[in-house]
Design a binder for this molecule. Structure first.
Ligand code: ZN
Ligand code: ZN
Length: 409
């Protein structure tokens, strides 16, 4: 298959299996300018699927960098709230959301960390109403990726620019199953496998998970009525989507006050244009009370100080070490891929639909049940071939869930 063939199948997969655009629905897409060839094919397939209107907002790494270089200081407390309000309005009116990502993972690594943090905080605040409609799964949504020259260079620094871009595209197609004979059908089957796993975990009703591995010794409580999710899911608008392409994870809601022990990262975390590596955190009663990072420690410390919920967990996800993304041996420097290569946790905002009735409870009721809330949601990887995970049953008995990074149950 030529690159153009694969790109077209990938675009169709994103529209049909990813966001699941319904006839008569609007689609709101964000994408880097370098993704235009993919974006145009997505737009074509979205209209063929019956979309009434596709609106694309382009981002540009060079424009982002220009702001950090030349904008006045007060720029870094500003955000285009009017735009995010408009996005939230579009979602309330029924629009689906598609994010194509492919930014340079190290774009802001040379910039003042304080400015990066302020800009992120201002943006997170302004984006919150729109984000809440996504995390509560009010609408169908999807995050997928496009290979861009800067991203490719960071993943394959030893290859020529062309070879790196080609290699990254091939990895994206393979991890996304776009190179399968029938990609849409391949995702139906993949989703079915993930569903078997979530059905099993939901039936066990664990009250906690126990982690042991290099630099990790942790007990992580789960909220009562937690729901394991993975693969395709149906939004409150009745439309089924695959929120991440690729996706290999099953995930649920940790209890924000019941996490104790130490936890170490196993892959670099690319966070808002900088790298954070060698994270080691100490939890007490759900809160990170001590943190360390070999690289990016300042950014990490300010990130978890964003608000009260930023130092507590909002998501826990299990991914076998043999997942196709992990098997590719590539560190993508991008959370969408790297989080699906390894078991991970996320600090910050929880997904309301990973708790029974979470979507209909008030914010106070959710918090009382142990659901975390925050302006941020940041996943980082803790899985490896050395990780063991046990499920703790309600009577305190434990059973092995993962051994050496693979499913044991
Ligand atoms: Zn996750
Ligand atoms: Zn997450």
């Amino acid at each position: 298959m030529t690159h153009e063939d694969l790109l077209d199948r990938y675009a169709q997969l994103i529209v049909r299996s990813g966001v699941g655009v319904a006839p008569g629905q609007e689609l709101l897409m964000t994408a880097p300018v370098d993704a235009i060839p993919l974006v145009r094919r997505i737009i074509e397939h979205a209209y063929k699927a019956g979309a009434t209107l596709v609106t694309t907002l382009y981002g540009d790494d060079a424009a982002t960098l220009a702001r950090f270089k030349y904008a006045p200081d007060k720029s870094f407390d500003a955000a285009s709230g009017w735009l995010f309000d408009g996005m939230a309005n579009a979602f309330r009116a029924g629009a689906a959301r598609l994010a194509i990502i492919g930014e340079d993972p190290a774009l802001l690594s040379g910039q003042d960390p304080a400015k990066v943090t302020r800009a992120n905080r201002a943006r997170s605040r302004a984006y919150r109403p729109a984000l809440e409609l996504i995390t509560s799964h009010a609408i169908n949504w999807c995050v997928a990726s496009a290979a861009t020259p800067a991203w490719a260079r960071s993943v394959f620094p030893d290859l020529s620019a062309d070879a790196a871009l080609d290699r990254l595209w091939r990895a994206i197609f393979a991890c996304s199953r776009a190179d399968k004979a029938d990609p849409v059908q391949a995702w139906v089957e993949h989703s079915r496998n993930l569903r078997q796993r979530t059905d099993f975990l939901n039936a066990r009703r664990y009250k906690a998970l126990k982690y042991r591995g290099p630099g990790t010794d942790l007990v992580l409580g789960l909220v009562e009525g937690h729901i394991w999710k993975g693969g395709a899911s149906t939004a409150k608008n009745g439309i089924t989507c695959n929120p991440n392409i690729p996706s290999e994870e099953v995930f649920t809601m940790p209890h924000k006050d019941r996490v104790d022990g130490i936890l170490s990262s196993t892959k670099p975390l690319s966070y808002q244009g900088t790298f954070i590596e060698g994270i080691k955190v100490h939890f007490e009663a759900g809160r990170i009370v001590e943190s360390h990072a070999d690289k990016g420690a300042d950014i990490f410390a300010t990130m978890i100080a964003t608000d009260e919920g930023a130092a507590r967990l909002g998501e826990v996800a299990l991914v076998p070490h043999s997942s196709p993304i992990s098997a590719s041996g590539i560190v993508f420097n991008n959370t969408l891929f790297d989080e699906n290569a390894a078991s991970h946790i996320a600090v910050g905002q929880s997904y309301a639909d990973t708790m029974a009735n979470g979507g209909t409870m008030s914010a106070e009721e959710r918090a009382a049940a142990g659901a975390n809330s925050s302006l941020i949601h940041v996943d980082w990887m803790i899985g490896s071939s050395g990780l063991n995970v046990d499920g703790v049953l309600s009577d305190g008995k434990t059973e092995s869930l993962m051994r050496k990074g693979e499913w044991a149950a």
